[in-house]
Design a protein around this ligand. Sequence first.
Ligand code: HMG
Ligand code: MG
Length: 297
Amino acid sequence: MTDNVKIREVGPRDGLQNEKVWIDTSDKVEWINQLSETGLSYIELTSFVHPKWIPALADASEVVKAVKKKSSVTFGALVPNERGLERALEANIDEVAVFLSASETHNLKNINKSIKDTIPVLRDVIRGAKSNGKSVRAYVSTVFGCPYEGAVDIYQVKKLAVSLMEQGVDELSLGDTIGVATPKEIINVITEIKKEIKVSQIALHAHDTRGTALANVYAAYLLGVRAFDGAVGGLGGCPYAPGASGNVATEDLVYLLEGLGGKTGIELQSLIESGKWIQSKLGRDLPSHHLQLALAT
Ligand code: HMG
Ligand code: MG
């Protein structure tokens, strides 16, 4: 089992999508450029969704075009449909991230379609991205629980995950959208998914709504997962999942994973500095343990 751990920074996308304070495009770009210097190998920059649905990311194309490109960093963005793909390709994104939910109600509220109708849309996006030489990751959301329906059937998650991978997706990110999982569910779900999908293609996208995110990361790590999503400062939340709060803070993730012997390639102190910077722009304290510790000492 490799010691290398891939951390995917989703702060500029998941972190900002639900923020009420408008962050200027130039500030987003400045922040992302700082993140690029921390040793991160992947940053999810924005979403090519409808600006009416996610106004905080209405400047998606401008952000992607203005960010300083760095060969060591892959820049990704969320893409819901063909229109989103056209915009993402025009802005020359490196990697496309498609998404759907394992629960019907969340999928409908989030992307205005049933799961059944979403699958062919994503198939076309995946095909289009691949034929343009882009790598593709796929999120399955509400894997461990839905804000509208409660418990989600593990076999429904597996069925969707397998069908996405069969379409050529490179990495599957399992989303605990409302931060409801405990290590027990992480073990149950990932053990089941691993029967069909290589563990090297599985990532965990943990939200920390109930304080279980780091414990869940540890459980996944013990099962061999080596890819984790995080947001600097512990920013984040889905606007179509009431009560959903921040992603696991990337700083706390790095500390945990390095402590376990994982190699992230990320410089913790620079990450904390970038957290301080975005916190000052947002004008509120962010939940990251390492960020608040650094500010207090
Ligand atoms: P819709 O209204 O059903 O779209 O929205 P439509 O296909 O009916 O088209 C209506 C109009 O929107 C048309 O324009 C389209 O061209 C336009 P008109 O002809 O009326 O002038 N349109 C677009 N414009 C710009 N970009 C596009 C686009 N698509 C259509 N991509 C849609 C459907 C998917 C667009 C909408 O529901 C949407 O944007 N949803 C985004 C929701 C979102 O971003 N949620 C948060 C991210 S998911 C998440 O946070 C979970 C995750 O973090 C993992 C986890 O935590 O579990 C990933
Ligand atoms: Mg999320």
